[in-house]
Design a protein around this ligand. Structure first.
Ligand code: SAM
Ligand code: GLN
Length: 311
């Protein structure tokens, strides 16, 4: 009820008189912060840019310009969507990842900045592979294609197999590959985990994944943007959040070349659990854990040991 009242307020604020960019930003920011949005100013700027069809910088070059009614109405509508805590990226249809612009829809997880660490670590390892060409990488649960497309952009000699259980997600991933000119390097295949690459035993130099890893019971504690808007299929990894790591480590060695590498994003408190899963898989070297920019455990890497190294 309170929410409805505040929403009416924003319409009244804008309806009657001429509103300049400056006021629109100020009122929009107030409105969003009242509704509990953290990055209220930035979001108001981005939504007004969207309504005007201009860049954020342009707003400040036209700070005293009065908004046309149609723009004002559209801006109000966008503010109200954001006030219902719809992620900004779903409203604008865009998110930047690895300095590339990705198309996103509610069918895909919004790419997270911490996932750039997985790309960074994967690139570092890929460059060191003493290798045969091209490098073959499997990206399990590609979502928007953030990881697959970024890797394909960075490495000339690469071929990626990108899978997802969600057909609409794969369509988004495909559109991102097109947008960034890397369609030729990526195979998009729908299916459950390793199913789409069943025939490709001992084939991949690297298996990478940012699997769903939220514990079922913790979903309710996440931000409303995540918990009510992002796909559950992209988030929940079973009751302890580790379901996908168990499934990946049960099968990864079958699909990797000798000395092939598995690189996985993990939840900040999952380092020791995932390392233990890898140790128990016993075809792998001891795992390394990498920290993200916030200093939290974020990526786990292990190498498959060749058969003759096992006794
Ligand atoms: N790779 C993207 C990223 O890092 O932004 C998306 C990661 S999201 C956490 C996990 C992805 O796994 C989702 O796109 C979801 O649809 C997909 N997924 C969930 N269960 C799956 C399964 N059983 N097999 C394949 N993909 C699955
Ligand atoms: N980073 C997401 C969150 O906790 C989860 C992503 C994932 O499950 N891979 O909000």
């Amino acid at each position: 009820k309170t929410m409805q009242r505040v929403e009416l307020q924003i319409e009244e604020t804008f309806a009657p008189r001429p509103v300049a960019v400056r006021q629109a930003l100020q009122k929009g920011t107030e409105f969003l912060s009242q509704m509990g949005v953290e990055s209220a100013r930035l979001d108001a700027e981005l939504l007004l840019s969207k309504a005007l069809g201009c860049t954020k910088e342009r707003l400040y070059l036209n700070y005293e310009m009065a908004l046309e009614t149609a723009v004002k109405d559209l801006y109000c509508y966008l503010l109200q969507r954001r006030a219902r805590r719809e992620p900004l990226a779903y409203i604008t249809g865009e998110r930047e990842f690895w300095s590339l612009r990705f198309h996103v829809t509610p069918e895909v997880l919004v790419p997270r900045p911490e996932t750039e660490l997985l790309v960074e670590v994967t690139l570092e390892l890929a460059k060191r592979l003493e290798k045969i060409h091209p490098i073959k990488i499997l990206d399990l649960g590609t979502g928007s294609g953030a990881i697959a497309v970024s890797l394909a952009k960075e490495l000339d000699d690469i071929e990626v197999w990108a899978t997802d259980l969600s057909a609409p997600a794969l369509e988004v991933a495909q559109s991102n590959a097109l947008r960034h000119g890397v369609s030729e390097k990526i195979h998009f295949i729908e299916g459950d985990m390793f199913c789409p690459v069943r025939g490709q035993r001992g084939f991949f130099d690297m298996v990478v994944s940012n699997p769903p890893y939220v514990r079922q019971s913790e979903l309710q504690n996440l931000a409303p943007e995540v918990r009510t808007w992002e796909p559950k299929l992209a988030l929940v990894g079973g009751s302890d959040g580790l379901d996908f790591y168990r499934r990946i480590m049960a099968e990864a060695d079958r699909y990797l070349t000798d000395r092939g590498i598995v690189a996985l994003e993990i939840g900040a408190d999952m380092g020791s659990d995932v390392c233990r899963l890898i140790a128990n898989a016993d075809r792998f070297s001891p795992a390394s854990v990498y920290q993200d920019y916030a200093g939290r455990d974020r990526v786990v890497v292990a190498r498959k040991l060749p058969a003759d190294a096992i006794y």
